[in-house]
Design a protein around this ligand. Sequence first.
Ligand SMILES: Cc1cc2nc3c(=O)[nH]c(=O)nc-3n(C[C@H](O)[C@H](O)[C@H](O)COP(=O)(O)OP(=O)(O)OC[C@H]3O[C@@H](n4cnc5c(N)ncnc54)[C@H](O)[C@@H]3O)c2cc1C
Length: 346
Amino acid sequence: MTEHTTNTGRTEQTGHAGRSGHAGGPGHAPGGADAYEVVVVGGGAAGLSAALVLGRARRRTLVVDAGEPRNAPAAHMQGYLSRDGMSPAEFLATGREEIARYGVELVRDRVVDATRDGGFAVALAGGRTVRARQLVVATGLKDELPPVEGLAERFGRDVLHCPYCHGWEVRDQAFGVLATSPMSVHQALMVTQWSKDVKLFLHTVGEAELSDEDLRRLAAAGVDVVPGEVAALVVEDDRLTGVRLAGGGTAADGTVHARQVLFVAPRAVPRTGLLARLGAETTETPFGRYPVVDGRGLTTVPGLWAAGNASGFAEQVVNAASRGYRAGAAINGELLTADLDAAVRV
Ligand SMILES: Cc1cc2nc3c(=O)[nH]c(=O)nc-3n(C[C@H](O)[C@H](O)[C@H](O)COP(=O)(O)OP(=O)(O)OC[C@H]3O[C@@H](n4cnc5c(N)ncnc54)[C@H](O)[C@@H]3O)c2cc1C
C-alpha cells in the first residue's frame, strides 16, 4: 500500500492491484518506496493520458501536478469528441479518477529539479525526491498576454486566442483582433469564418508592416483595419463592450470601438525548464522554442519524454491527450525491451 495525496487534498492509501512490479516482476521499480518506473510531471490532458496507459500497463507510475492547467480560465472545453462543452475542471477530475483505478499515484506538488543518475532523480517543492527510470514532462505552456489594461482579466471569457476553442460560442458577434505581429493578419482572416464583423486593431504593428497581399486579403474578407495603439478594454456589466484607442492627437485618438469579443495572440512560453536542465535539445519554431522530439515524444535525452503543450504549440486538448497516450505506450515498450535485454545479458 502506498500513501498519496489526492487533488482534493485528501491523503489516501492506494493499492497497486494486479501489478506485477511489487512482486519483483517486469513492472518492478527497484529502489524503495520513492522509486517509480515512470514519473509524469504535469497532470493535464497529456500527463494524465500518459499515466492512464502506463497504469493499465501495470507500470508503477507517479504523476506530480501543480494543478494549473492552461485552459483553467475557460468555463468550457470545446472540440473534444464526446466531451464537447465539458468544464476543464470536470474533465481533469474524471481523468484523475480513471488513473487512480489502475493504482497510479498523483500528488499535488511542483517538480523543482531533476537530475540524471542512470534514471532520474526528481525533486518536489514539498521536499520529497523520487526516482524514475523514465520521465515524462507534460508541463504545458504559459500564455503571456499583451499588456493592455483590462485584457488579462477577460482572457478565456471574451478575450480569446483560438477560434476553434471558442468561435462557435461567439459567432456573429462584433469581433476585434489585437495585432501584436504581422501574423495577426492570419488570425483576423481566420476569424471571419465565425463573424463577418471583424476589426483588426494594428496596435503595435505599423501599417507599413502589412504586405500588399495582406491588405488585399483583408479587404476581400471585409476586415476593417484600424491603425493606432489600443489603450484599454471597455467592460460594462462584466462584459466586453469596446476597445479604446490611445489618445495623442493622431489617428489613435481615444476613440472607443464597440466590440463584444477580442482575439489576441498570446506569446506561448512552453514550460521546458526541466527538459533544458536535463540537456534536451530544443528548436526554434514560428511559435516559440520547443524540444526536439521523435514521433513518440522521446527527446534527445534517453528516457526523457515530452508531451502536450510542453512539446508543441498547436496542441488542443484532444491532441495533448493523444501525445500523452502515445508517449505512455512507447515508454512501456522501452521498459519491456530494456528489462528483457538485461535478462539476456545476465
Ligand atoms: C483560455 C483557453 C481556453 C482553451 N480552450 C480549449 C478548448 O476549448 N478546447 C481545446 O481543445 N483546447 C483548449 N485550450 C488549449 C488547452 O488548454 C491545451 O490544449 C491543454 O491544456 C494542453 O494540455 P497539457 O496537458 O499539455 O497542458 P496543461 O493542461 O496546461 O497541463 C499542464 C499541467 O502541468 C502542471 N505543471 C506545470 N509545471 C509543473 C511542475 N514543474 N511540476 C508539476 N506540475 C507542473 C500544470 O500546473 C498543469 O496542471 C484552451 C487554452 C486556453 C488558454
